[in-house]
Design a protein around this ligand. Structure first.
Ligand code: DLL
Length: 434
């Protein structure tokens, strides 16, 4: 197996740390020489590259932020001349202008490598057909998965996102065995395939789903609907794209490829590094990236790290599913609300409702209004509407006890909430639009 990089993936932690030390020292030195903003921030702290001798000195280094990418848009933070940048990608996010990231030949190779490791971890090899349903374009999802599949030696099917009917037909005709797309789109594909009675014609065995938060309950539903094993993959454009971390066959956290990225968990308010196992903001340092490296990048994703050995033999630390983002967090009537908490409640309600929901927050008479629209299932819709009130009440009560505040819950008709081919749009915060 070509991309089971055993020596790197199961490297004893002491040796891994030595490798990180060496790479961090190299990265800090070249960034100090080539990236003006980094040099300025080091100077402000009175730090010289030679003060950084390894990972134990990481906490001394300055943080970097998404705002930096906007301020130095488009290429101001690149560490190599543009002639060495082979490809750019961009991410628009929900606020502000897009950010741009760049890759050298070496970066593209390492990225493909990280994704190929993921494919190996989910049991794929050169005999597999990898259905790339992430958007192929400036979004990193499509090209990341595509290059990973090619690197592995599998057969890539670069269909990109959208056109559900064509996705399904292609999966059946081309014999797709590994599906890569967002979990919300996988749910939608699953719903449509089951409605059309086509599940038996699929050959899918594994799904590589990420780019947005999703819950364990959603995993079970996707697995059931598509007849595959669903794996979580995490990444962000600023650090590389998909494949910064991913699950192995034991599905108990996502291994961060620590030979390329050093993760830390910090208190988002004070910036202090938190003790092992505590939940906080995830921060990454890229130690092999050439084109667009980042030191101590504040991801805004909230999670924790687990350094305990994994049954799979990989020694690289595991991060748990991000619980949301510090900037995804809604503050409604003073209470912190994460969309993923709502999804978890809905999935526990069972068959009468689906996890397709939309949160609408507004402000009337100086008070926040909080509405959750939830699609009822087809069965419930055809059974008649007698249960609606009771179910709305149950969901409201469950949300009240989970969140500490009660939204107005409204059951809406099946398929009435717009589907996304990429990341689902769960929140409409009208307070920001005014
Ligand atoms: O979403 C890269 C990606 C593509 C990852 C395909 C996985 C699969 P961005 O568009 O820059 O990059 O968005 C990055 O998405 O900071 C997280 O908030 C969120 N995110 C990504 N993967 C997961 C995941 C891609 N597995 C932002 N679980 C990140 C939860 C995720 N959130």
């Amino acid at each position: 197996m070509k991309y089971w990089q055993e020596e790197l993936e199961t490297m004893p932690r002491k040796k891994l740390k030595e490798l990180q030390n060496e790479r961090l020292v190299w990265q800090v030195k070249r960034m100090y020489e080539n990236v003006e903003l980094f040099r300025q921030r080091m100077d402000e702290k009175g730090l010289k590259p030679e003060d950084i001798k390894g990972v134990d000195d990481l906490h001394k280094l300055p943080f970097s932020y998404k705002k930096d990418l906007r301020d130095y848009y488009p290429y101001g933070l690149f560490a190599v001349p543009m002639k060495d940048i082979r490809r750019v990608h961009a991410s628009s996010g929900t606020t502000g202008k897009q950010i741009v990231v760049g890759y050298t030949d070496g970066d593209l190779d390492r990225w493909a490598n990280c994704f190929a490791r993921m494919l190996v971890a989910v049991g794929a090899d050169e005999n597999d057909f990898v259905h790339v349903g992430y958007g192929l374009g400036l979004f990193t999802g499509g090209f990341g998965a595509h290059d990973g599949a090619v690197k592995l030696g599998a057969t890539a099917i670069p269909i990109s996102a959208g056109n559900t009917q064509r996705q399904i037909q292609t999966m059946i005709d081309f014999g797709s065995t590994v599906l890569c797309c967002t979990p919300s789109y996988a749910m939608y594909l699953g719903e449509t395939i089951n409605e059309q009675g086509l599940k038996d014609q699929l050959k899918l065995k594994a799904g590589v789903f990420g780019a947005e938060p999703w819950t364990e309950e959603m995993r079970h539903q996707i697995e059931e609907k598509l007849g595959l094993k669903a794996y979580d993959i995490y990444g962000l454009s600023e650090i590389m794209g998909p494949g910064v971390s991913c699950e192995c066959e034991y599905q108990c956290g996502m291994h961060v490829w620590e030979d390329h990225f050093i993760p830390e968990i910090i208190d988002p308010d004070t910036g202090e590094v938190l003790p092992e196992g505590e939940q906080g903001e995830l921060v990454f340092t890229t130690i092999t990236k050439e084109g667009f490296p980042l030191i101590r990048y504040r991801t805004r994703d909230i999670c924790s790290l687990n350094y305990a050995p994994c049954k799979c033999g990989r020694t690289h630390v595991r991060m748990n599913k991000p619980q949301g983002r510090t900037d995804d967090m809604l503050i409604i009537r003073g209470v912190n609300v994460f969309p993923s908490q709502i999804e978890e409640v809905l999935l526990k309600v069972g068959g009468d409702v689906t996890p397709n929901y939309q949160i609408i927050v507004d402000r009337e008479n100086n008070t926040d209004t909080f509405l959750v629209n939830v699609e009822m299932s087809e069965e419930m819709f055809s059974d008649g509407i007698k249960k609606i009130e009771a179910i709305e009440k149950t969901i409201t009560e469950n949300l009240r006890s989970t969140l500490g505040i009660a939204p107005k819950v409204r059951l809406v008709n099946p398929k009435s909430i717009e589907r996304s081919e990429g990341k689902a749009k769960r929140v409409i915060d009208k307070r920001k639009l005014k």
